[in-house]
Design a protein around this ligand. Structure first.
Ligand code: A2P
Length: 350
């Protein structure tokens, strides 16, 4: 019989934190006590957990005394600031930020893919980048079965990737545009003009309503954004394939919640779509949505609110004459499988 754990959530009032509370409840996680931590702004707020009010406390150095597991989703700066305090108190930090993901000695874990890595922690386990988690839930079983040689990803990432602030920005810009413009032509003509009169974008560098932009996080000297490099480097670390050939273009789209990805996979042997479907039908936390003629394929609106990753549009890559290429499309709720759900699954491994 497993002992119930004393759990803390840092960033409990944020988009991911709220989902962490719900996931602990929906997965019936053995919680002995729950501490909800956020900034001073939120101290005193009440949040329901298993029908009872839990009062949000201000995060501080002493917050982790008596805590077994601390789930962090308050940004990389906060994670770095409190790492010592968590480890000193004897708790295990499961960190959703990018602060420690590539650090040696910090396991980077997707429970369906590399659960055994979680054992080798020194007080901190990192939750991978959301888009990387969603991709690997579908790709890792195929790599195991057929040997992946090269991976090309193009992402379609929703506003919720920038937290509650990102979703609010999408909604407020959409409302402003719809209220100001009469019809389609006017909307297009007056787009920049209308948006210049509402609050300037703060969650995103560009307007998100009725727009897409190939810019997530800052660009590096090689021309890739940090988000794109997370897909490359984290995939290699999680799969234990330091030389895996991975490339990615990350794009923000005006979906409210759940990320999607177009994936081109090249294997070391010939693979048919039927073989791919067979492997994915048995893969944990994968749901096949693959009957395009009947309108069945992955979409963010269907992935939203679910812990599983939807996979479909599975087909042979036409441009690859030797039959080693597969195209497919995935959608997953990045607040859940890409963050809260994955973090709670890691806690379950402990
Ligand atoms: P608060 O709501 O009090 O600002 P999101 O990803 O949706 O933006 O949420 C971020 C989460 O991290 C929120 O719970 C937020 O609390 C919390 N947070 C941000 N900065 C700090 C900080 N310096 N100390 C504690 N909590 C923080």
């Amino acid at each position: 019989m497993k002992r119930p754990l004393h759990v803390a959530i840092a960033g409990a009032t944020g988009a991911v934190g709220v989902e962490m509370v719900k996931t602990l409840e929906s997965r019936n996680f053995p919680v002995a006590s729950l501490k909800l931590l956020a900034s001073a702004r939120s101290a005193g707020k009440k949040v329901k957990f298993r029908g009872e009010d839990v009062t949000v406390e201000e995060l501080g150095e002493k917050s982790f005394e008596g805590v077994d597991v601390a789930l962090f989703s308050a940004g990389a700066g906060v994670s770095k600031q409190y790492r010592e305090a968590v480890v000193r108190s004897g708790a295990v930090m499961i960190d959703n930020s990018s602060a420690f993901r590539m650090e040696d000695g910090v396991p980077l874990v997707v429970p369906e893919v590399n659960p055994e890595d979680a054992k080798n922690h020194h007080g901190v386990i990192a939750n991978p980048n959301c888009t990387t988690i969603i991709m690997l839930v579908a790709v890792a079983p195929l790599h195991r079965a057929f040997g992946l040689k090269r991976l090309v990803a193009s992402t379609y990432q929703s506003a919720s990737g920038a937290g509650a602030k990102g979703m609010n920005e999408l909604l407020s810009q959409t409302k402003a545009l719809l209220a100001a413009a009469n019809g389609m032509d006017e909307l297009a003509e007056r787009y920049r003009d209308v948006l210049s009169r509402v609050d300037p974008p703060s969650a995103f560098a560009d307007p998100i309503a009725f727009n897409v932009f190939p810019h997530i996080d800052v660009f590096g000297p090689n021309g890739y954004s940090k988000e794109e490099m997370k897909m490359v480097n984290e995939t290699r670390k999680i799969l234990h394939e330091p030389a895996m050939r991975v490339t990615c273009t990350s794009v923000r789209v005006p979906a409210l919640r759940a990320h999607s990805e177009s994936l081109n996979l090249e294997f070391s042997r010939k693979v048919t779509p039927e073989e791919v479907r067979k492997v994915l039908a048995d893969a944990p936390d994968v749901i096949l949505r693959d009957d395009p003629a009947a309108g069945v394929y992955p979409m963010p609106v269907d992935a939203s609110g679910h812990g599983e990753v939807l996979v479909g549009r599975i087909r042979s890559d036409l441009s690859n004459p030797d039959g080693t290429g597969i195209e497919m499309f995935v959608s997953g709720d990045q607040l859940l499988k890409g963050a809260a759900f994955n973090a709670v699954q890691i806690a379950e491994l402990l």
